[in-house]
Design a protein around this ligand. Structure first.
Ligand SMILES: Cc1ncc(COP(=O)(O)O)c(C=O)c1O
Length: 377
């Protein structure tokens, strides 16, 4: 099965690709999706919008809803995660509660949203990491109180791969009357995300990484219970009822999560993302996640056999698909590996490796042997 899966990703014909947490590899299916978009553009011009592209957008929304076990009306499509965060950040009311609790290990675009609202009196409070790898849920419990509007954190931290328990975080937030917002960019596709069961109120993810959909499209889930109270200040004609009535005199927002959408989406990204999601939903997130975990176990064992340190959480329950190999000069090592056709990533603390279901034990072996040889030189 995994051999056939890997066959869908031509990058392996010339490279060893171990950088899915930056960008999932291009599949034959996503390429075919984009080519279909181009063909329709050529054949139909603007009528492609009404005849096909708007339908494709709704199909993508349905697939995302399937991934998150929610309704399509709870999904807004966004061009990237930052835009989704800005839209929801602009739509909430901070007058009664002005604090947002984030984590110091979050991807910065998450806390930036609330730094940007400082002039509305919003304050960001950070849970700190003792070991630079993880933060226990209890640290958030210590910070969330009746001043907290949102607990806004990553599901998986982008450099260390540490995974938070969302059900516990939801209980912490809700016990104080706050909402839970989750940046699931580094978990969607390899960790199940049944948002209702987990008690998540707002969630962001996107095609770029583990959902194999490429850039240009992100997903914003907002629980239907919140829709009526959302008053977005970043806005546009895709967020209103009867958008094709072109009523400039009145902005009558849609009832559902789409009230957070702004303007024309990129159909090329929509086609690529749906093909990626189909590749994920077919085996299913549990199966893909189990394969990633098996790769991470192997990475740990194989690295220790070669005397190479791997930084990842000790408890397997905290694992995702990301690990750091500490390195004195990560950029130079990444460049040297690229010269050998091995694609990984540099972060200030080391070389970042992110194996996915299309990788094999041999990929890990070659990557580690090459690093070991570089260190001897
Ligand atoms: C966890 C996380 N959130 C957000 C982003 C950035 O999101 P975007 O560029 O779509 O705004 C990244 C990385 O690209 C990320 O790893």
């Amino acid at each position: 099965m995994w051999h056939d899966f890997r066959e869908q990703f031509p990058i392996f014909e010339e490279s060893i690709y171990l950088n899915t947490c930056s960008l999932g590899a291009l599949s034959r299916q996503s390429r075919a999706g984009v080519e279909r978009f181009l063909d329709l553009w050529r054949e139909k011009g603007a009528s492609a919008w009404y005849e096909l592209w708007l339908g494709e957008i709704e199909l993508l929304r349905e697939r995302v809803a399937q991934l998150l076990t929610c309704g399509p009306h709870e999904i807004a499509l966004m061009p990237n995660v930052s835009s989704g965060l800005s839209a929801i950040g602009s739509a909430l009311d901070y007058r009664e509660r002005n604090r947002v609790v984030c984590a110091e290990l979050d991807f910065p675009t998450l806390p930036y949203q609330w730094h940007a609202r400082a002039r509305d009196g919003v304050e960001v409070v950070f849970a700190e990491s003792r070991d630079g790898i993880g933060i226990p849920e209890s640290a958030f419990g210590d910070l969330v109180d009746d001043r907290t509007a949102l607990l806004a954190v990553s599901h998986v931290f982008f450099t260390t791969g540490w995974t938070l328990d969302l059900r516990t975080l939801a209980d912490i937030a809700h016990a104080e009357g706050a909402l839970l917002l989750v940046d699931a960019y580094q978990s969607a596709g390899i960790k199940p995300l049944p948002v209702k069961e987990l008690g998540v109120d707002i969630l962001l993810a996107g095609g770029l990484k583990w959902l194999l959909g490429g850039p240009g499209i992100a997903f914003l889930y907002v629980s239907e219970e919140l829709h009526g109270g959302l008053d977005p200040r970043t806005t546009g004609w895709f967020g209103v009822e009867d958008q094709f009535d072109f009523n400039a005199g009145q902005r009558s927002l849609r009832e559902d999560a789409r009230r957070l959408e702004a303007g024309t989406p990129s159909p090329a990204s929509v086609f690529a993302a749906r093909a990626g999601l189909d590749l994920v939903l077919d085996p299913g997130v549990e199966v893909l996640g189990a394969r990633v975990k098996a790769m991470m176990r192997l990475l740990k064992v194989m690295a220790s056999e070669r005397g190479i340190e791997v930084k990842m959480p000790e408890d397997e329950e905290r694992w995702s698909g990301i690990a750091i190999l500490p390195d004195e000069d990560p950029r130079a090592t990444v460049r040297a590996l690229a010269g050998e056709g091995i694609i990984v990533d540099a972060r200030p603390t080391g070389v970042r490796i992110s194996p996915y279901a299309y990788n094999t034990p041999l990929d890990l072996e070659i990557m580690l042997d090459t690093i070991a040889a570089l260190r001897v030189d």
